[in-house]
Design a protein around this ligand. Structure first.
Ligand SMILES: CC(C)(COP(=O)(O)OP(=O)(O)OC[C@H]1O[C@@H](n2cnc3c(N)ncnc32)[C@H](O)[C@@H]1OP(=O)(O)O)[C@@H](O)C(=O)NCCC(=O)NCCS
Length: 168
């Protein structure tokens, strides 16, 4: 049966969380942790119900994408494919559907993993790769500027994410 893409529903949440855990290689034996993952998916299902999609193959959900829009900013929140179904186009299928929502926003943002499949999808969709770094240590909150001092963007802060070129 061909791969189909449809809207994510509340009936998919448990399976979507499972695909998410498997995709990121997480062993989720702790029920509280599993529940936390489900809650993350449920939250966006409540706030952005029209921006969640699943790919179904042979009656089984094999990939999930969830995006959100906050004010004029579109963000990809989740993109995962079942490892046993990878490289069969499921990830692209749900990503493309989620990406449709970008048309109504001013800019797009994806905090990407370093999975080359994901990076290829984002690059081909027009996202520009911005380098990030990892830091460790205690945050000295007294040195963080007050929001009234300007947003990171307006004060020339370095974005650690992918921005769609030509969008500001
Ligand atoms: C990223 C992910 C969702 C992609 O889903 P998928 O079903 O495996 O991928 P698809 O079959 O749709 O292929 C996606 C693209 O990657 C390409 N691709 C496949 N293997 C690749 C590789 N090793 N290197 C680079 N690109 C690769 C495919 O050709 C395809 O591009 P194309 O359509 O332009 O030809 C999936 O691999 C995944 O769950 N990864 C782990 C979780 C993750 O990192 N998610 C991204 C979070 S930001």
């Amino acid at each position: 049966m061909p791969l189909t893409v449809r809207a994510l529903t509340s009936e998919d949440v448990e399976r979507a969380a499972r695909v998410m855990a498997d995709a990121f290689g997480m062993r989720v034996s702790d029920p509280a942790e599993r529940r936390r993952m489900e809650e993350r998916i449920e939250h966006l299902l409540r706030t952005d119900p029209e921006r969640g999609f699943v790919a179904v193959d042979d009656g089984q959900v094999v990939a999930v994408a969830q995006a959100m829009v906050r004010e004029r900013l579109w963000c990809l929140s989740l993109l995962v494919a079942d490892p046993s179904a990878r490289r069969a186009g499921a990830g692209r299928a749900v990503f493309d559907r989620a990406l449709d929502g970008l048309a109504g926003a001013d800019s797009g943002l994806i905090v990407s993993s370093n999975d080359p499949r994901a990076l290829r999808l984002y690059a081909r969709a027009g996202f520009e790769l911005r380098a990030t770094f990892q830091a460790a240590g205690a945050v000295n909150r007294s040195r963080i500027a007050h929001p009234s001092a300007g947003s990171p963007a307006s004060s020339g802060g370095r974005s650690a994410w992918c921005w769609r070129p030509g969008w500001s």
